[in-house]
Design a protein. Structure first.
Length: 500
């Protein structure tokens, strides 16, 4: 249905794509596979009209096309679900879904009733039980991802590009999405599917195309391929996924929280209910829960983000602390790597150097003036330590891949020399090789004595890197396991709400 021939794309002298060739077949899921920075998202943005300036040609339904913008691509029958959410936070779900394609009454006014009704049926199809009039900023990242999927399904497209569509949604939502993909295949749609979750690809992909360093490496049928085959093609070598060695737990507590509660800002509801736990020096504490379990809200509360809505006690070492703001938490040695790196973790329009140094400006200034030499040295240290792939520290953060952006967020918090590092979905949208690098880094930091809390929706990740695992459901702690006792089965049983 769609053929890309010899696509080349450059940014500021950096070649992101180099003579890439690709075929998308009708009625099939075409997996686009590669590490962060391999050029997958760039290629998809060219196919969907986001980038119009490139070399090579695109043939869509036997006709050469060159889209000037995403609306042209959309009107021709190519829709994209972006990895980084492209929603307007202060518009409603309905307004976001119909933006640029509003329904009009015979009188020329907006047909709000019809748009709301269509939105409701789309959300029901995707099993998202939320009012269509809800403002997008009120939704969690996973719910926003479902809205992105609904946007793409609204248009009757022949090619649907899905860039990490499951990176922030729960297992039950993934199953719903896979069911929709099966229906789309039966309708003869061509689906381009990017995911770093290899298990998913073996479930739904019919064909694969491997990109490495901006070049096409190989393509073919998924049938007969193994995990090791795919990883070898992605990175040019085999990779052993890191697992933490079981270690004797340190009794030296670095963080203790007691009866943490958080009220909903608008409704008479508790988002976090009487949560108590501690983290020792050198310990990696994993927190697992389904979407809406209250994991992110718990970390935000500890970090001082909701002082007027929260109660409970926090202690660093043996010293009781009361954080009225994140600034207080940072000064006490607590750092939070947020779930949404694009919205909360980075200033995308600033360069790598500025993003890394932004948390430590006081230490980098002399007589009230920022010392450029110190700032550059700090950035270069973390670029080297975390192996951030960037042409230089002057590159804008928005031009780097998701995995490298995540490493910048980690760098800026490590620069504060924290005692406690809280990581909310630290490997969301990151390939297996970059995940391994982040796992190694987390384990190294734990060995250096940091107390680390990792929130993750990926059970294999929690089991691979944690010393101890807490499970949350509906705002409460429902179980605690040493990693030696934990299994996917008993963790999931504790995570499923009793009302289901």
């Amino acid at each position: 249905m769609l053929v890309a021939e010899n696509i080349t794309k450059r940014f500021s002298g950096v070649t992101a794509l180099d003579n890439v060739c690709l075929e998308l077949h009708a009625g099939k899921v075409n997996a686009i596979i590669g590490e962060n920075g391999a050029g997958k998202s760039t290629l998809m943005k060219i196919l969907s009209g986001v980038y119009e300036d490139y070399e090579g040609k695109i043939i869509f339904k036997n006709k050469k096309v060159n889209f000037s913008n995403p609306k042209e691509a959309q009107d021709s029958g190519i829709a994209i679900i972006h990895q980084e959410l492209n929603l307007i936070p202060y518009l409603s779900i309905t307004e976001n879904i119909f933006l640029g394609r509003e329904l009009i009454t015979n009188l020329g006014t907006l047909d709000k009733k019809a748009m709301r009704s269509k939105t409701r049926s789309l959300l029901e199809k995707l099993k998202l039980n939320v009012d269509p009039g809800t403002l997008v900023y009120e939704l969690k990242v996973g719910q926003q991802q479902v809205v992105e999927i609904a946007k793409a399904l609204l248009v009757e497209s022949d090619v649907i590009i899905m860039d990490e569509p499951t990176s922030a949604i729960s297992e039950s939502e993934v199953e719903v999405l896979f069911g929709i993909i099966e229906d789309l295949k039966k309708e003869g749609k061509a689906i381009a599917y990017i995911s770093h979750k290899l298990d998913e690809l073996f479930k739904i992909a019919d064909r694969f195309v491997v990109l490495r360093d901006g070049k096409t490496i190989e393509s073919g049928d998924m049938k007969g391929m193994t995990h090791d085959d795919i990883i070898n093609k992605m990175v040019g070598r085999s990779i052993n996924v890191m697992r933490k060695n079981e270690a004797a737990l340190n009794v030296d507590k670095i963080l203790s929280v007691t009866n943490i509660c958080l009220k909903h800002p608008l409704r008479n509801q508790e988002l976090v209910k009487n949560v108590s736990f501690s983290v020792s020096k050198g310990e990696i504490l994993g927190i697992f829960g389904l979407m809406g379990a209250g994991r992110t809200e718990l970390l935000e509360t500890i970090f001082g983000m909701h002082p007027k809505l929260s109660t409970g006690k926090v202690a660093i070492g043996n010293k009781k602390v009361h954080f009225k703001s994140p600034s207080d938490a940072i000064k006490a040695g607590v750092a939070l790597v947020p779930e949404d790196r694009k919205k909360d973790g980075l200033v995308l329009g600033l360069n790598v150097k500025t993003n890394i140094s932004i948390t430590t400006l006081e230490q980098l200034e002399e007589f009230g003036v920022l010392n450029n030499g110190k700032e550059t040295a700090l950035a270069k240290k973390y670029i080297a330590d975390l192996q951030i792939k960037t042409p230089s520290e002057k590159q804008q953060a928005k031009n780097l891949s998701g995995g490298n952006q995540q490493k910048i967020v980690l760098s800026k918090w490590l620069a504060t020399k924290p005692k406690v590092l809280m990581l909310d979905e630290p490997t969301r949208g990151i390939d297996i090789n970059a995940k391994n690098e982040i796992y190694k880094l987390i384990m190294r930091l734990a060995n250096e004595g940091l107390g680390i809390i990792v929130v993750s929706s990926e059970l294999p990740e929690i089991l691979a890197i944690s010393d101890r695992i807490l499970v949350m459901s509906e705002g409460s702690l429902t179980a605690e396991f040493l990693v030696s006792e934990a299994t996917e089965d008993n963790i999931l049983k504790a995570a499923i709400p009793k009302t289901i």
